[in-house]
Each structure stands twice: as structure tokens, then as C-alpha cells.
Write a protein that binds this ligand. Structure first.
Ligand code: SAM
Length: 299
């Protein structure tokens, strides 16, 4: 069987059996097969990167390997765990079970945070950033990667997530401008180095209500950490803490910018607007008009 025939026959198998997830829009039948193909060849790439490179010829044992990887995917192992890669804002990151797989929707927050970081560093020559709930490190890493004047401190409650962030920092050789620490929300930053000195706080918190977490589809609940999703009874536990605690760390004029869940926008906007600590509150919506990112500026 030549390469084209092999591709066609494997694609037919995937078409009959693979269910695609709405929160990973970059994963289609073709892009999945291409990513698995590259992984089987010994050169794993994220699904987005795999779409850009030509498929290599596979030797017999690589074809055997490809069939095994397809089976894993059909058994609901996330594609990003099979390839060990996920693209975030065009950056190739390492991914595994230690942290949430960075989602495409979080690029809305990443782009807004990058824009704010550049506005600030244009004025001050540098920008000091905190990324709390850092997971795989994607948000803080994107800022450090695209803004050479950014100094980023990331943290997560999960030591495993912090370890993965360290791996990504080394993988991308960003160690001089980003560090990662373990701690509950801001606890790693309770020092004079951060009090009133942080220009930008970024956060993609857990925001699913506790009752909904056990009902999430099994591919997610069995492979990604529950800590990444569970936002307490109403899903807003960490968001409320973030809004309340961020001002202590922000400079006057500094911003806190964070992702929220579907439907949480109006309530959280109102909360920020009523807070005595913020003098400007704005939101960013997705293509369907849902508020997904809120930014609030400290007085
Ligand atoms: C939705 S994930 C976001 C991960 C990553 N920033 C991203 O955008 O993909 C939320 C993260 O918050 C972390 N987390 C949960 N509770 C926390 C807490 N109290 N303090 C710090 N991090 C927490 C989880 O371990 C998880 O990594």
C-alpha cells in the first residue's frame, strides 16, 4: 500500500469511529490523522504544526506504531497526550496528564494579555507579570515569548503543573524571564517584591461548578486534572478570590485580566464595576458574542 492509500484507509477508520470535541476545534479527522502520523514517524508535533508539514514515508514498524496510536485515540486518550504537544498562540508546548491541555478558546485571553503587556512595556520599558493558575505555563510563556520586555512569575496549586511549566520553560529556553512556583493563588508572591509592583496579573482559573465536573465527558474527566476545572459550588470561587486579592499586588494603573465561563460575564463584570479597587472594567467576547475575558484596572 502506498502512502496515499494508507492515509485514505486510516481516514476511513477514523471517520467511522472518532468523536470530535467542541472545545478542541483544531482537531478534525484529517488533522488528527496527520498529527498521529508525525508522532508515529518519531517527530511528534501539535495538531496545528502537523497540518503545516508534509507527511513523511513510514517504514513497516512505524505503520504498526501508527495503528497503535490510532487505537489509543479511539480509546479516548487525548490527542495532545499521544503527541505530547499542543500549540498555544503558535508556540509548541509540551503536554501531558500533569496539567490541563491548553485550549484554543484561551487564546482570547492570551492575545488580550499580550496586548496589555505591550502597552505597559511601551510606557515603562518593562512589564512585571504574574500568571496564577498557570497549568502547563501557556499564558505566562506566551507573554515571555512574544514580549522581550516582560518578566513573568507563574504559579499553580498543583506541583505537577508547576513541574510541567518548568519543562516548558526549559523546552522554550525562556528561563531568564520566567519562573514558576507552587502555591495557592497568590501565596507564592506574598513579598515586597510583588506588593504594589505587579503591572499585569493573568489568570485562567477553574470555573466549572462542582456539580457539573463529574458530568464532563470521560475523555476530559479521566485524563485531565479535576483541579483545573472545579470552581466550587457556583464555579466562581477562584474568580472571586482573584478579584479581591489582585489589587494588593497591582501597581496603580495595573490590570488583572482573566478568563470566565459561559454565562458568568454579566455577574462578574458587575462585581468588578462595584469594587472600590478598580476604575475601568472591560470585556472581550468570543465570535458567538459570549463574554470570555474580563480586564479590570486598579485605581
Ligand atoms: C483552567 S486551568 C488553567 C491552566 C492554564 N493556565 C491554561 O490556560 O491552560 C486552572 C489551573 O488552576 C489551578 N488551580 C486550581 N486551584 C488553584 C488555587 N487555589 N491556586 C492556584 N492554582 C489553582 C489548577 O491546578 C489548574 O492548573
Amino acid at each position: 500500500m502506498n502512502k496515499e492509500e494508507l492515509y485514505k484507509s486510516l481516514k476511513t477508520i477514523l471517520e467511522g469511529k472518532l468523536s470530535l470535541l467542541s472545545d478542541k476545534p483544531e482537531e478534525t479527522i484529517d488533522s488528527t490523522l496527520r498529527a498521529l502520523w508525525h508522532a508515529a514517524s518519531g517527530f511528534p508535533k501539535s495538531v496545528e504544526e502537523a497540518g503545516k508539514s508534509q507527511l513523511p514515508e513510514l517504514a513497516h514498524e512505524q505503520i504498526v506504531n501508527l495503528n497503535k496510536l490510532i487505537e489509543q485515540r479511539l480509546n479516548d486518550i487525548p490527542l495532545a497526550h499521544i503527541t505530547g504537544r499542543q500549540s498555544f498562540m503558535g508556540i509548541e508546548l509540551l503536554t501531558d496528564r500533569r496539567a490541563l491541555i491548553p485550549r484554543k478558546e484561551t487564546e482570547i485571553l492570551g492575545r488580550k494579555a499580550l496586548e496589555l503587556s505591550k502597552d505597559i512595556s511601551d510606557q515603562k520599558n518593562r512589564v512585571q507579570v504574574i500568571d496564577v493558575c498557570c497549568g502547563a505555563g501557556n499564558l505566562g510563556i506566551a507573554i515571555a515569548h512574544f514580549n522581550i520586555n516582560a518578566i513573568v512569575s507563574a504559579s499553580d496549586l498543583s506541583q505537577e503543573a508547576v513541574d510541567l511549566t518548568h519543562d516548558n520553560i526549559s523546552y522554550l529556553k525562556l528561563g531568564k524571564r520566567i519562573q514558576a512556583l507552587q502555591g495557592d493563588l497568590f501565596s507564592a508572591f506574598e513579598t515586597d517584591d510583588y506588593f504594589g509592583k505587579t503591572d499585569l496579573i493573568i489568570c485562567n482559573p477553574p470555573y466549572i461548578s462542582s456539580a457539573k465536573v463529574p458530568k464532563m465527558i470521560s475523555e476530559i474527566s479521566e485524563n485531565e486534572p479535576v483541579l483545573a476545572f472545579d470552581g466550587g459550588m457556583l464555579g466562581t470561587r477562584i474568580i472571586l478570590r482573584l478579584i479581591g486579592e489582585a489589587p494588593k499586588f497591582l501597581t496603580s494603573g495595573g490590570w488583572v485580566v482573566f478568563e470566565i465561563g459561559l454565562g458568568q460575564g454579566p455577574f462578574i463584570m458587575q462585581l468588578c464595576e462595584r469594587s472600590a479597587f478598580y476604575n475601568k472594567v472591560e470585556s472581550v467576547s468570543d465570535d458567538s458574542g459570549n463574554i470570555r475575558v474580563i480586564q479590570a484596572r486598579k485605581l
